[in-house]
Design a binder for this molecule. Structure first.
Ligand SMILES: *Cc1c(COP(=O)(O)O)cnc(C)c1O
Length: 352
């Protein structure tokens, strides 16, 4: 006996990474920033809490104005969401009439939202080395979405290749999820005036220390953004709460702090890459704030468990193509040294 509508009975929800007690675990499983927000961000939230009796600003001016300026776009080319997950949910709900296509190894929510909104989804396998070949999408129709850099592989696709696809298919919407672009190459945002069929999605969760605040954005042609807002105003016009608006506005005044942490993460990532290679791991050349690695001597699940016993939490995906891999968020240098030491001892036990 269930009261749930029939059409949701097969729905498979997203499995979030575990949230654990930070005192007892080194948390490298959800690609958050290991650094706290700048003190001014914390102060802005405290200040905003004084007016929580009022509804939040539906125009989200405190974020939209500085963010548009930072991105070099007009405010009417910018959509703000309760995390980029919400931005994605509107896109899957409202912009997929002719279906949607995405890679087999990518962000899990694409499949989940396809199920939730009953979108006709085509899953296109990545190449053997996990690289994305956009010409594989040429013969399909409808919307295309991919993450760049991709998750959990961290592989980055060049702007040239993306532009070639967008130009070839002006009648198809191309969504580029740039959750990790700050750790990587060129953003597509600078091209939204050139392409009406391009929508770029971004987030404050990975490079701006605000995963818990839930703030994401979409950037594209003004008409596309107006359509997205039509959906937003039909569901939840107050989707960004006042505390998050204050945090988002303040973090955009702290670009120097944010940039410093991004640079630190990139350095620690490259250090950890070398360390993992020295330990015998095989890995992709991740351009995100995480690594994607497997060890020829030990199964992914066993490694995951052994790390968990040593109070280090990483992400393991029980999927056919990725189950021998771990996705490891880049933490602080100190955390990554502890990770390397733990891996060394685990692998020595296997040898013995
Ligand atoms: C983390 C992540 C998101 C979601 O980020 P939020 O803004 O926290 O909702 C979206 N896409 C990709 C590829 C991600 O890794």
């Amino acid at each position: 006996m269930t009261f749930l509508n029939q059409k949701f009975q097969e729905l498979v929800p997203y499995t979030p990474g575990e949230q654990v007690d930070e005192e007892s675990f080194i948390k490298l499983n959800t690609n958050e920033s290991p650094y706290p927000p700048a003190p001014s961000v914390q102060a802005a939230v405290a200040e905003a809490s004084q007016t929580l009796n009022r509804y939040s600003d539906i125009a989200v001016e405190a974020v939209a104005k500085p963010l548009a300026e930072y991105l070099g776009v007009e405010q009417n080319q910018l959509f703000l969401g309760n995390g980029s997950d919400e931005v994605l949910s509107y896109l899957f709900q409202g912009f997929t009439e002719k279906g949607i296509a995405f890679p087999d190894v990518t962000y899990g929510f694409y499949q989940v939202y396809s199920g939730l909104y009953h979108v006709d989804a085509t899953v296109v396998p990545l190449k053997e080395d996990f690289s994305l070949e956009l010409t594989d999408y040429d013969a399909l129709s409808g919307t295309v979405i991919f993450a760049n850099p991709n998750a959990p592989t961290g592989i980055y696709l060049s702007q040239t290749e993306i532009c070639a696809f967008i130009e070839k298919h002006p009648e198809r919407l191309v969504i580029v999820d740039e959750a990790y672009i700050d750790f990587s190459g060129e953003s597509m945002v600078s091209l939204i005036n050139r392409y009406k069929n391009l929508l770029v999605v971004g987030t404050f969760s990975k490079s701006r220390q605000l995963a818990g605040a839930r703030l994401g954005f979409g950037v594209g042609n003004a008409a596309l953004i107006a359509d997205m807002n039509r959906l937003r105003f039909s569901l939840n016009p107050y989707n960004i709460n006042s505390l998050t608006q204050a945090a988002g506005g303040a973090v955009l005044q702290e670009q120097a702090y944010v940039n410093e942490k991004i640079q630190e993460t990139i350095q620690v990532r490259e250090w950890t890459k070398q360390e993992l290679t020295a330990l015998g791991f095989e890995q992709t050349d991740s351009q995100g704030n995480f690594l994607f690695a497997r060890h020829p001597k030990m199964a992914g699940e066993a490694l995951f468990q052994a790390l968990r016993e040593r109070k280090i939490l990483v992400r393991w995906f029980n999927q056919p193509r990725t189950k021998e891999y771990l996705r490891i968020t880049v933490g602080t240098q100190e955390q990554m040294e502890q990770l390397a030491a733990a891996l060394r001892s685990i692998l020595e036990e296997v040898k013995a």
